[in-house]
Design a binder for this molecule. Structure first.
Ligand code: SF4
Ligand code: NI
Ligand code: NI
Length: 710
């Protein structure tokens, strides 16, 4: 058929190009020249996942070209032709990898970013499982009319879809005013069509990271991407055979392709479809992947989407700012008697945006009062923390901080579009009633900009409430509650993973505290957070509970039988892959090092965060490695089975500074050590074993007196 001919034409062309490029590179650099994608533990991910081969030097590539060619049968059969599409993917991966030979940043001159590092993929775990990112769009080509692709991409952005751009659509979108960047969920990959591999390997590494798919298990890989990665492809403009064969590769991975040219009878329903009317492209694409977008209609004059969360508003672009640096601020959600508040009552006290002087900084209080039969004070901070996200979701609004330490900026563009403080209140009212309707029956919102009134609210209502809450958090220990919770949210990507969330050990993603889990259970009784009884505790220090074991076994369909809550060696808690930090044993010191996802440098174990992270994940127990949240580090339960956080010998400086106050306090209380973090090395003093040991000896780190960990 025309279609299979096109696919084979493209695959054979790519095969030829790849073979030539590999031969040229070997002739130029020799077989032993290193070849690697930047910041990944998965080699050339497509080849590694599909065949198990760990490409590390140019001499490894001719065999891969052989595999690639064997995938192209040239037989008149669609299934066979889709395999040839995978060959195109392998070829594209090799061609792209060769760009990185002897060049750390081959994309410096391109408007695309090229290869996507592992830590970025890990950071996408939580927004994907919560549905915050409901799907992944791959937009490729050059639109005949630039407005068409601009409209489509803006539509995806407004729906929170993560969009990857390849080809001239990048400039078309940029020129059309699309806000571009990882933070805006519109990611330009590159101009060559082979750059499409950089989104393909995102899906493939998701299978390796979260899905625990065995490298070399091609059917398992294809099943994972098809069932669990909600991606699809849109092409713009005329198709050539290379694009068509790349599309065949996408289809083989389970990603439907929507093109904007008429393929007539060559369409493959459900997999390859023509949509000529661009106003239908988004709808059709989402339907094909069965992606449902939850829409909350908000009565505001600007866009509201998670894609605007990372938006930065510079001083020169701002209409006004509210900041705790210059004026009192607070944000508070408080439970009230139903009789004392009026549902949907919105009050603005003080000047609104149109009365506040442009370019200046003011006071701001956001005071939300809620009432409901099922409302509990424990849910207040859970709702309150969402104010940050919801304010940020407004296009042209930037929010940072929480409680009495906040900054809010409103852009001139948003102001000119008509945005006022009543809209802020409407957003909160509508979102609270949407997400927390099970516990909130009535909600009223008061926004204050009058400095004296804000100060009064801060002093008389907000601060006392924060203090009371902190007291509650202080006493909220694993001993003081009678239930823990499961969290199985990540099972959509990591089917055999289950977190156990306790007051002192939050979910490894850092996003689910015990209070969050408790609220989730109330909001969604049969949902991902189910209570675990603490009865019959077998070992308090190690954290062995019969019901923990029973619940994780149930939640993972028997994949996991035992979890010891506070041990890194004995049945440690598993990881899905989206952990904030990875902790690993450092054998020379008998201690452990911790690296956070943001840290891109080397650790004394000779591994980066990404490499350490690849040692665990996919719901598998790996003694000696443990994924966890930042907050867990200062907990007295942190690997208490092995002696506790006294074992920590190294952390990146940023992480150490972040946890210092709490960690030092805990160290004083638990071990009587002053300024414990001064004894912990970081990258400024040690990135190898020798300098680490020298530092620990110089500081007389307590780990040197402990028993061997293994
Ligand atoms: Fe995923 Fe665990 Fe976080 Fe739940 S608590 S979202 S399962 S990482
Ligand atoms: Ni915003
Ligand atoms: Ni996860």
């Amino acid at each position: 058929s025309v279609l299979t001919d096109l696919i084979y034409g493209g695959s054979n062309a790519v095969a030829g190009l790849t073979e030539g490029a590999v031969n040229d590179a070997i002739a130029k650099y020799g077989e032993d020249k290193k070849v690697a994608m930047p910041d990944t533990a998965y080699f050339l991910p497509t080849i590694y996942a599909a065949t198990g081969v760990k490409v590390s030097k140019l001499g490894d590539l001719p065999a891969c070209v052989g595999v690639l060619k064997s995938l192209i049968s040239n037989k008149e059969d669609l299934g066979e032709a889709l395999n040839a599409g995978l060959a195109t993917a392998v070829g594209a991966e090799i061609i792209e990898a060769l760009k990185y030979v002897d060049n750390a940043d081959p994309y410096a001159e391109d408007s695309g970013i090229g290869f996507v590092p592992d830590p970025v993929i890990r950071s996408l775990g939580v927004p994907l499982v919560t549905g915050d990112i409901p799907g992944v769009a791959v937009v490729l080509g050059k639109a005949d009319n630039a407005e068409d692709v601009v409209t489509v991409v803006k539509d995806y952005q407004s729906k929170g879809i993560m969009t990857f751009l390849i080809g001239d659509v990048i400039e078309q979108c940029a020129e059309g005013g699309v806000k571009i960047g990882l933070d805006f969920r519109v990611v330009p990959l590159g101009h060559d069509v082979t750059a499409v591999i950089h989104v393909v390997t995102v899906a493939i590494r998701a299978a390796l990271i979260f899905g625990n798919v065995t490298p070399g298990d091609l059917p398992g890989l294809l099943k994972y991407t098809k069932e669990r990665v909600p991606a699809f492809v849109n092409t713009f403009g005329a198709l050539n055979e290379v694009v068509v064969s790349a599309g065949a590769g996408a289809i083989a991975l389970g990603f439907p392709v929507v093109v904007d040219v008429d393929l007539g009878e060559n369409q493959v329903p459900g997999a390859l479809e023509s949509v000529l009317d661009h106003s239908m492209t988004v709808k059709k694409s989402l339907e094909l992947r069965n992606i449902k977008i939850k829409v909350t209609e908000l009565p505001i004059p600007v866009a509201f989407a998670s894609a605007f969360e990372g938006e930065i508003i510079r001083r020169g672009d701002m209409q006004v700012e509210f900041s705790s640096h210059k004026a009192p601020t607070c944000e508070l959600v408080q439970t009230c008697n139903a009789d004392d508040i009026e549902d949907h009552k919105i009050t603005i006290i003080g000047k609104d945006l149109d009365e506040l002087e442009q370019g200046q900084t003011f006071a701001l209080a956001t005071y939300v009062q809620v009432a409901g039969a099922k409302m509990q004070p424990d849910f207040e901070p859970v709702i309150e923390r969402k104010i940050h996200a919801w304010y940020n979701y407004m296009e042209g609004v930037m929010h940072t901080g929480q409680r009495n330490q906040i900054r809010v900026r409103v852009s001139k563009a948003a102001y000119e579009a008509g945005l006022r403080l009543t809209h802020f209140a409407e957003v909160l009212y509508n979102m609270i009633m949407d997400e927390f309707d099970i516990v909130v029956d009535k909600c009223q919102v008061t926004i204050v900009t009058d400095t004296d009134k804000v100060q009064e609210l801060l002093d008389t209502v907000a601060m006392p409430t924060y203090e009371k809450r902190d007291e509650r958090l202080e006493t909220l220990t694993d001993e003081s509650v009678d239930q823990f919770y499961t969290c199985t949210l990540c099972q959509s990507f990591a089917p055999s993973h289950c977190c156990v969330v306790t007051p002192e050990r939050l979910g490894l993603c850092g996003a689910v505290s015990w209070l969050d889990a408790k609220a989730t259970k109330e909001l969604n009784p049969t949902g991902p957070c189910q209570p675990i009884s603490k009865e019959g505790c077998e070992d308090e220090v190690k954290g062995i509970y019969p019901d923990v074991n029973r619940m994780v076994a149930e939640a993972t369909q028997g994949a996991l039988e035992k979890v010891t809550l506070y041990s890194i060696m004995e049945d440690p808690m598993t990881s899905c892959g989206c952990f904030e930090c990875i902790c690993g044993i450092e054998p020379f010191s008998n201690g452990v090092i911790i690296a956070n996802r943001e840290y891109a440098g080397m650790t004394p174990l000779g591994m980066t965060f990404g490499e350490l992270a690849s040692m665990t994940g996919g719901g598998v127990q790996t003694p000696g490695f443990m994924g966890h949240g930042r907050h867990f580090i200062a907990s007295k339960k942190f690997m208490s089975a092995e002696g506790g956080f006294e074992r920590i010998v190294w952390m990146p400086k940023e992480l150490k500074d972040d946890v210092a106050e709490r960690l030092n306090k805990s160290a004083k209380e638990k071990y009587g050590i002053d300024n414990f973090t001064d004894m912990i090395a970081d990258e400024t003093v040690a990135t190898d074993e020798e300098s680490l040991m020298a530092f620990l000896q110089e500081k007389n780190h307590p780990v040197l007196g402990l028993d061997p960990i293994m």
